[in-house]
Design a protein around this ligand. Structure first.
Ligand code: FAQ
Length: 311
């Protein structure tokens, strides 16, 4: 690569300018962005599954309507992000193929099962909460189409987080059984939510370069710490207990110290050994195959339209 082009690129990034699709960029920048944005898109799409399976079982018409809208939003985020990734030169088909073949990752969090209605509250509160914590700084990521996608996505995610927390408030103030369900959901979702931020900084191969290129604006550990600091008082307000005996306020660092994360579990789930990983992939592959007729019909329609135009 021409060192002059690299230098000019790095200067633009350092000046907080957005890089746009037709601008020159180093191949490694293109590659890591395609990786991150496409995996982000896959996460949104696979993320529809754990909640989608509760739409028909939500406890009231109002809850069904809200959950349906939320899951549709996640689908929209996925499509939006695939479009942003496509501007870097990889086709949607290639990205989907990478997901289905197991080559591309998606967030570990969606490989855990949703056992009770309280899980829908915990997901909105913690999983969407963690997503916002990670995505707000990405509104200033150096690639223009990704940054702009994040503005809209973050607005919708904050609504999702509020709806989840509101479910938790209802359950935590409900019957003893409902409060028990809320606590059980917190117990199961807390640690996987902390894992969403990725491996610790000293074990994160992509962080240093992505910070330099301003793809990432804060590191995995910085965001994880902020998430703990914001979520603990929210759990206290609910009257629930965070399942971490080592959690302790640390006045010196003005934040919480927290217990050790089970990184063996994280890496096992990344490798595809999550509790419902096989089920999730099967659902995605089946949906793609069952949708073949829609793609064929769209192609046939387009061919007819072109023929009519030519005539
Ligand atoms: N799961 O070097 P790093 C949502 C992989 S929110 C699986 O630190 P990086 C909303 C990582 O890809 C969830 N794999 O990597 C929603 C890399 O492998 P690779 C999605 C993980 O990229 C809510 C390797 O480990 N959000 O969907 C995970 O610098 C509710 C080494 O890691 C985003 O994707 C993990 N948790 O930092 C939807 C946000 N963590 O790719 C429905 C954008 C790490 O080299 C319902 N992405 N890995 O093969 C990011 O900010 C970053 O990509 C990180 C990882 C922070 C996820």
């Amino acid at each position: 690569e021409d060192p002059k082009l690299v230098e000019a690129f790095e200067a633009r990034v350092a000046a907080d300018e957005f890089i746009e699709p037709k601008d020159w960029m180093p191949e490694a920048y293109r590659r890591t962005l395609t990786r991150q944005i496409s995996q982000h898109a896959h996460s949104e799409i696979v993320g529809m599954l754990p909640e989608g399976n509760w739409i028909g079982r939500a406890p009231s018409l109002r809850r069904k309507a809200i959950l349906l809208a939320k899951v549709q939003d996640e689908g929209g985020h996925g499509l939006y992000l695939y479009c942003a990734a496509e501007t870097l030169g990889t086709s949607r088909e290639e990205m989907v193929e990478a997901l289905h073949s197991g080559k591309a990752k998606y967030s570990t969090i969606f490989n855990y099962p949703t056992l009770t209605w309280a899980d829908i509250g915990a997901i909105g509160w913690l999983v969407d909460g963690a997503a916002i914590m990670n995505q707000v700084p990405l509104q200033r990521t150096s690639y223009g189409p990704y940054a702009r996608a994040m503005v809209r996505v973050c607005k919708e995610e904050s609504f999702h987080q509020r709806q989840g927390y509101e479910i938790m408030i209802a359950l935590a103030n409900g019957t003893a059984e409902q409060k028990r369900m809320a606590q059980d959901a917190l117990n199961r979702w807390w640690w996987p939510s902390l894992m969403m931020f990725g491996p610790p900084d000293d074990n994160s191969p992509n962080t240093a370069q992505s910070m330099r290129w301003r793809i990432k604006r804060e590191t995995n550990d910085e965001l994880r710490q902020k998430f703990v600091d914001i979520s603990v008082p929210q759990a206290e307000f609910l009257g629930l207990t965070v399942p971490d005996p080592d959690l302790k306020w640390n006045a010196d660092k003005d934040g919480y110290d927290f217990g050790a994360i089970d990184w063996d579990e994280f890496y096992a789930v990344v490798k595809g050994e999550g509790p419902v990983a096989k089920e999730r992939m099967k659902a995605r592959i089946d949906a793609w195959e069952d949708g073949a007729w829609v793609r064929e019909a769209a192609d046939a329609y387009e061919a007819k339209r072109q023929a009519r135009k030519a005539a």
